[in-house]
Design a protein around this ligand. Structure first.
Ligand SMILES: NC(=O)c1ccc[n+]([C@@H]2O[C@H](COP(=O)([O-])OP(=O)(O)OC[C@H]3O[C@@H](n4cnc5c(N)ncnc54)[C@H](OP(=O)(O)O)[C@@H]3O)[C@@H](O)[C@H]2O)c1
Length: 201
């Protein structure tokens, strides 16, 4: 049994990840609500505090990455920076800071999303930062110390989120949270590293 910190546990992707973690002790974290630890992934001090409060852990799964959605021609620098500081730098900082605390042979699993390979209107910031995270994971895996592994789950839209995103995504087929949970399970319980785990219909 591993001790896993699941960040964004109350969100739709967090709930999907949870379905794959039944064999483990899961410590939930998020920005608000009924979680074991509060954390804001855009704040470095908050990330340090999370890891210090938890103490020993074998894996970190992050499912947080706030994105602004707008037409590219209307996107402001502020909207770009909000997305970059959450979905990109927030996740990079979870790894950059977390590698100091995580157990030997531990693993990080991040979140991206299918829109960097199947673009749709209004989602340029999500697509760009998802692509950045896929690249980050493939390359930083080569630099991780102490046999620490890192992967990213890159799913299409969840059935559980289809009522929110379905109208924006004609021609897409949603997948179940349970199927996406299998990708998180494969990342945590397997031996792979540097992989982009695409979950598409
Ligand atoms: N849903 C899908 O179908 C889908 C598919 C592919 C990829 N993704 C990606 O998965 C990620 C999560 O999506 P989701 O659908 O799970 O969103 P969601 O249901 O809105 O959940 C997001 C969770 O993240 C928390 N959060 C937001 N900003 C945070 C921060 N700075 N620090 C800590 N926690 C924070 C939110 O807390 P609060 O309640 O306090 O705001 C909420 O619990 C996004 O990057 C999205 O692009 C989603």
């Amino acid at each position: 049994m591993k001790t896993i910190i699941l960040i964004g546990a109350l969100g739709k992707m967090g709930q999907a990840a949870l379905t794959g973690l039944g064999n483990h002790k899961v410590i939930t974290a998020g920005r608000s609500g009924d979680v074991d630890h509060l954390v804001d992934i855009t704040n470095e001090d908050s990330i340090h505090a999370l890891y210090e409060h938890v103490g020993h852990f074998d894996a970190v799964i992050n499912t947080v990455g706030y994105c602004e959605y707008a037409d590219f021609t209307q996107m402001t620098q502020e909207q770009w920076m909000t997305t970059i500081m959450s979905k990109m730098m927030g996740q990079i900082n979870l790894v950059r800071i977390g590698q100091q605390y995580i157990a030997d042979g531990g693993s990080f699993t991040l979140i991206s999303g299918i829109l960097n390979t199947k673009p749709i209107p209004y989602a340029i910031a999500d697509a760009t930062t998802s692509g950045a995270i896929d690249t980050f994971v493939k390359c930083v895996a080569l630099e991780m110390p102490r046999n620490i592994r890192i992967n990213v789950v890159n799913p299409t839209v969840l059935i559980e989120a289809w009522d929110v995103y379905g109208d924006m995504m004609p021609g897409f087929e949603p997948v179940s949270g349970k199927l996406v949970g299998k990708a998180f399970e494969r990342s945590v319980d397997g031996f792979i590293t540097g992989e982009v785990l695409i979950v598409d219909a």
